[in-house]
Design a protein around this ligand. Sequence first.
Ligand code: SF4
Length: 400
Amino acid sequence: MTISLDLSTVPMPRSTAPGKPSLVGLSKPEIAARLVEAGIAERDAKMRATQLWNWIYVNGVTDFDGMTNIQKGVRAQLGENFQLDRPEIVSEQVSSDGTRKWLFRYRDPQNPRLPPVEIETVYIPEEDRGTLCVSSQVGCTLTCSFCHTGTQRLVRNLTAGEILGQILMARERLGDFPGGVRPDDGGLVPGGESRAITNVVMMGMGEPLYNYDNVKQALLIASDEAGISLSKRRITLSTSGVVPQIEPTGREIGVMLAISLHAVRNDLRDMLVPINKKYPLEELLAACRNFPGLSNARRITFEYVMLKDINDSDADAKELVRLLANIPAKINLIPFNPWPGTNYDCSSSARIERFADIVNRAGYASPVRTPRGRDIFAACGQLKSETERLRKTERDALTA
Ligand code: SF4
């Protein structure tokens, strides 16, 4: 089932005039500094930053006029100088299994004359949790051969505000802000009083550790207790293996780590996850062993896509167990989700079961991830947008 969205019903930020800087994605001290630059008294700036933080992240307000505990004059001053950017929704699709996918569009914050870019964000609801799969880049520099995003050249990194914008817009659509209403369109939202979005995974388009500073800022804001307040244990950052950034991820961001492993031999991983040529398995696993805070309560998830006759033999399963010895780990077996033009097939159910059995018997939890949202191309490894990188001459002409 595909919902074609009536955009007139979607709450949109009103203050989207190009050129005004957005306050979304700035830290509290950064907001306070911007306020002082805009003429707000220095003695009030910290308090105003705290008020704004609450309005933006707790209440989901997109318009300064709605900030009722701020005097009218100050609200007008804020509106003249800033905006509270969120992405535009180009489309929203709901899968027959309740998974929801958005195509979001962003204007370039530095230069609104550049063509907008588009990315995909996916919401995966279950009985007791709702996971938002967030993108970090438009396209990807890496070319993992089983991944659809890998066929789209990197256009640019998303800013911290654009990464957070996906969470804010999804919360808005799912009725997760105070006074919000759950959608009534066939999509699932977990029951009871729980939030619609309980978990965030940085597993959408792009390699998050190649956009480290923006991802770090966005995740620190998303986990701030006075804001969106997602527990760091409910945020997972997934990397294809950018080894030098793994230790800082644990130390500076403190979220859970997932590794796109997919092969247990360097020759095969060089082909499936080409960053392996730069950071081979030995270096990757050493970085995992040294991941700050690693313990049985804070395990690393290893993702392993099941590709027929490529990486799914008994010998592969046994080698996987050997490689991960002494690393507190979970292994996520992902049935391959096909996309147009791929040469890979998914392993048979019997093969996946047999593989899981070997890994389970070695003491590792190895759930097989049920494919979600395949009918709307929202499943793992299927995301892609039409945005193309401009040639340098085209870009220069627009930015001149
Ligand atoms: S798996 Fe991740 S890192 Fe690899 S091409 Fe796809 S988006 Fe990029």
